[in-house]
Design a protein around this ligand. Structure first.
Ligand code: 3YE
Length: 204
């Protein structure tokens, strides 16, 4: 099995979906979560890790002089825990180029829009302002340019005229919790591999 680390900053609902998938009874998953790292203390995601018996660490970015030094600290812990794959799950930090290069092809993120539309930290707000009638979620490989890496899985939802950021977010999240375990499985089982040209090679 591939050793997976999940990076979080908050409530960790996608972490929970990944835990439920990889720890399901009689599980045939190619992945096991061996470490959870949060850049924020006292978040619900850490409690979820504890309840699932998964070791967790808080690495507070505010205690580091630069983005690179924080990223180096995260990298060291990933190497120490023998991590093969990294899943960003509501992790709200931009990762430096040097970190991304060290993990290219081995790091995934879930974003709450149909990329390449509506990149960035407030996707649902941008979606509602734009007037599009369909949104969704995207699981992608992480590239240095934010929300621009090769796409693994997308799922769509309708946008209703009555939607608020909260109601749309709730509808999209339900699909994130299906899409993320599915994408992790594709990468952990080597069915999807990131190539040198930045595109996904699909096997079988
Ligand atoms: N880093 C790279 N490429 C990616 N991080 C994430 C995806 C992704 C990545 O595809 N290189 C929000 C970033 C957006 C933001 O501006 N964060 C601030 C700090 C805000 C805070 O601490 O609350 C910052 O300086 O990093 C994960 C998703 C990033 C979300």
């Amino acid at each position: 099995k591939k050793n997976v680390a999940v990076l979080i900053s908050g409530s960790g609902t996608n972490l929970q979906a990944l835990i439920d998938h990889t720890q399901c009874p009689g599980n045939k998953s190619s992945a096991q979560i061996v470490l959870v790292i949060s850049n924020k203390a006292n978040v619900k995601g850490l409690e979820r890790a504890h309840k699932a018996g998964i070791p967790s660490l808080v690495i507070n970015h505010k205690l580091y002089k630069s983005r690179e030094e924080f990223d180096d600290a995260v990298h060291e812990e990933l190497v120490h825990a023998n991590v093969d794959l990294v899943c960003l799950a509501g992790f709200m930090r931009i990762l430096s180029g040097s970190f991304v290069r060290k993990w290219t092809g081995r790091i995934l993120n879930v974003h709450p829009s149909l990329l390449p539309s509506f990149k960035g930290a407030n996707a649902h707000k941008l979606v509602l302002e734009s007037g599009v009638r369909i949104s969704g979620c995207t699981v992608h490989f992480v590239a240095e340019e934010i929300d621009s890496g090769a796409i693994l899985v997308q799922k769509s939802v309708p946008v209703f005229t009555s939607d608020t950021e909260a109601s749309l977010s709730e509808r999209v999240k339900r699909l994130e919790h299906i899409a993320y375990p599915s994408a992790l499985e594709m990468v952990a089982s080597d069915k999807a591999v990131l190539q040198e040209n930045g595109k996904v090679l699909w096997k079988e």
